[in-house]
Design a protein around this ligand. Sequence first.
Ligand SMILES: Cc1ncc(COP(=O)(O)O)c(C=O)c1O
Length: 453
Amino acid sequence: MDEKEKQQLLKDAVDHIIPHFASWELLEKQPKIFMRGEGCYLYDIDGKRYLDTFASLLTTICGHHQPVVDQAIRDQLEKLEFFPNYVDTFTVPLIELARKLDTVMPGDLGVCFFVNSGSEANETALKMARQFHLENGESQRCKVLFRRHSYHGTTLGGSSATGLPWFREYFEPLLPGYVASYSARCALCELGLRPESCDLACLKMMEQQIQWEGADKFSALIMDPVPGSNIGFPIPPDGYLQEVRALCDRYGMLLIFDEIQTGFGKTGRMFACQHWNVVPDIMAIGKGFTGGYIPLGATVTTPRIYKVFQKAGHELRSGSTYGGHTLACAATLANIRVIEDQGLVEAARLRGAYLRKKLESLSSHRIVGDVSGIGLLQALFLVADNKEKNPLDPNLKVGSFIRDYCYANGMIMRNNGDILVMAPALIITEEQIDEAIGILEQALAAAVKHFKL
Ligand SMILES: Cc1ncc(COP(=O)(O)O)c(C=O)c1O
């Protein structure tokens, strides 16, 4: 492709496409067009290679161009590209995927409602909880409890359950009955307490909120067992998730876990909640579920919940044309097989420990603060000085400078302000982690020099 054609593509991209959560700042700098992917690497329109440490927004967890998944899609394409999972119709890949999920999901989660995205999976979970109580004769249970630092999707339901103000502010007032509660971000505890001595005070406050709002008014608590990249993967304190489970049981609320970011091996277990042996009533999955091939999400619940719908003789009042797309199911099934056959959950645990050690080894840099995360989900907090751990001036945009430096030097890395986030594919090797840390180290040094920190 000649230079003129490339420039025209870039111009048309910017003139005719609104990117999701578009960044004017970045669009004005240098929009990017990707052409090819191989394993953990991507190639742009100029043929330049990038190591992707964020796995295409936490999706391509078995790498690009995974031969087993490529072949599964080709095979399915020969037979049937699509027939909807509508009213009373199924396809074989859809059934096989449901069967597979029944074996890999924690506890007795094994009844699936297939959708097209993570947002839709959460949206369905919220509707499912609401209708479950209605069928049980408790139609007054329509409130939803959510936590202040979590992201649960882009739809109005998901936005109403999202605690991060940036995602909400232009759309207020959001849905009624959504009650914001405390998160367990211990390093920056909202109550100013320390995890060693707090006695899980945040959950006591949550319980008071439930009582104050009406103990029989809540349908569900929606939460992410390990919150996502937006706030740097904070790990819940000991006993926290068990207490959350007990709290929901005490007040007859369903517990919804959003494992859209954390599911399918990234934490070093198949699902994050398995680190603490806590099983929700409903789990929303998406992103890495499909290996990034074809959009698919799922809301997975237990036979106990499903039986209430069956007994009432009412269908779950939800659905979409493409939910459970035939090709997407074939790809997802192959993706899960790759994870299992190649032992990628254990690989993520081992490579995650290696990545963590390497990130911690950067602590001699003046602007490197804490590292937090689990498995291959890791975040590095930039600070003004690593003794006092004071925050950097956000107006400097040091995190963005580092991201741009990495990009210019062949590495895709996500930053959320001054939190640098890494969540590479499960197939990443130690050599590739070394490559990433090498580029990051140069970027940190460049930032210190550029900002005279
Ligand atoms: C924790 C979490 N929940 C929900 C979503 C929404 O998923 P999707 O973007 O596929 O709609 C995301 C996406 O970033 C997420 O990280």
